[in-house]
Design a protein around this ligand. Structure first.
Ligand code: PMP
Length: 418
């Protein structure tokens, strides 16, 4: 697999050795790296990416779910271009941030106001600042292996550990959350969970769990923060609308920026009022917060994600899942798939584990990732797939065909053939 990958992508190999001279490990992003070297892409259009060697890939990842309409989606390009042409940023207000905030408020029931940042990580930081100021407490409780960005408190829990400011409990186990909250609740400022564990392997939480955690957080006097950075694409009102849960704060990111850097915290006015610049109780500023280009692109992205288009993506995901299962049977490989809506995670085992932590199919997954690249398919090294609205039935047919070839490759070469 690796030999073939190297043979097909010499341009990316050269580009990566140059990158290693100037960037630590040749990269700025853990999730954009894989062994032996990541591809350098030079162009994206619709659901396709092209690398330095001119090879075309069907993009099944969309920058980890952010590109819900694929690359260079014409309405987004037009909106961003119009904004760039007449000035891209300034320190004052812009109309676009008001429009995007209104759009999010209209869609997501629990949200009355929105504060914008440049990433989901920053949004999580902001929510933590709100919770700490609101409660006068320091600690955060999250799911083991949950992901809320690269802030130290959350990285600790993502790595599966508790820390001085981080408590963890098993995702899906309401009793475990209740236990920590009843024992240590008076030091916990907020409970953060994802309604579907994304980085953890696309593990959906059900309504009794998510609502139960919300109630347990409230009983302990902590805020309940729902991280919808990845899940807003699942329904116009986000996963919280499907579950019927009303968080105190919601984290947004990824697709609300239309492919530009973004994050946001939404909630009711009482909590968000802490930022009121007339009487700030939390000091928060940022040169590029609510950047007009991002906001313009974000409006186009959110507006184009209608309920109908979500249904179409979800139907394509069902088709893809069925096709991949058939292909795995043909190749004689155990494959299980965690799936919800337009996102899924592959596991090369009889039953799916979690992508972070206890995963024992790492070697096979890595080999499939390279085999898929060799056959012109791009997915996350850990097996995450996120479809986009610009995909069609015939593209999914092509994906299944290519994935079948990739699966047959790994089945025929055996575990350590490289
Ligand atoms: N929360 C969740 C659920 C995420 O999936 C991510 C990004 N993968 C983040 C937060 C962090 O967002 P960003 O990468 O924009 O900092």
């Amino acid at each position: 697999m690796e030999a073939r990958y190297r043979e097909l992508t010499p341009g990316s190999a050269r580009a990566f050795s140059e990158a290693r001279r100037w960037l630590p490990g040749g990269s700025s992003r853990q999730a954009g790296y894989w062994h032996p070297y990541p591809l350098t892409f030079v162009r994206g259009e619709a659901c396709y990416l092209w690398d330095l060697d001119g090879r075309r890939y069907i993009d099944l990842l969309g920058n980890y779910t952010a590109l819900v309409h694929g690359h260079a989606y014409p309405p987004i390009v037009a909106a961003a271009r119009a904004r760039v042409d007449t000035g891209s940023c300034w320190a004052g207000n812009n109309e676009e941030q008001v429009r995007l905030a209104r759009l999010l408020v209209k869609r997501v029931d629990s949200v009355a106001q929105v504060r914008f940042t440049n990433s989901g990580t920053e949004a999580a930081n902001l929510a933590l600042m709100i919770a700490r100021r609101w409660t006068g407490r320091d600690k955060v409780l999250m799911a083991r292996g949950g992901y809320h960005g690269s802030l130290m408190e959350f990285e600790t829990g993502f790595g599966g550990a508790t820390g001085p400011l981080t408590g963890i409990a098993q995702y899906g186990d309401l009793g475990a959350f209740q236990k920590v909250l009843s024992e240590e609740g008076n030091s916990i400022a907020a409970v953060f969970i994802e309604p579907v564990m994304g980085a953890g392997g696309v593990i959906p939480g059900d309504a009794p769990f998510v609502e139960g955690v919300r109630q347990a957080a409230h009983s302990a006097g902590a805020l309940f923060v729902l991280d919808e950075v990845l899940t807003l694409r699942l329904a116009p009102g986000g996963r919280q609308a499907q579950l019927g849960v009303r968080p105190d704060l919601t984290l947004f990111g990824k697709m609300i920026g239309g492919g530009f850097p973004v994050g946001a915290v939404g909630g009711d006015q009482g909590l968000l009022e802490l930022f009121n610049p007339d009487q700030p109780r939390i000091f928060h500023t940022g040169t590029f917060n609510a950047n007009p280009v991002t906001m313009a692109a974000g409006i186009a992205s959110v507006e184009a994600l209608t309920a109908d288009r979500i249904d179409q993506m979800d139907a394509l995901a069902e088709k893809l899942k069925a096709g991949l299962r058939q292909a795995a049977i043909k190749a004689g490989l155990a494959l299980s798939i965690n799936h919800i809506g337009s996102i899924m995670n592959l596991f090369f085992s009889e039953s799916s584990g979690t992508a972070y932590g206890q995963r024992d199919d790492g070697e096979l997954m890595a080999r499939f990732h390279l085999a898929a690249l060799n056959h012109g398919l791009f997915l996350a090294p850990r097996g995450l797939i996120a479809l986009s609205t610009v995909m069609t039935e015939s593209i999914i047919d092509e994906v299944i065909e290519r994935a079948t070839d990739a699966l047959l490759d790994i089945a025929s070469t055996g575990p350590r053939a490289d």
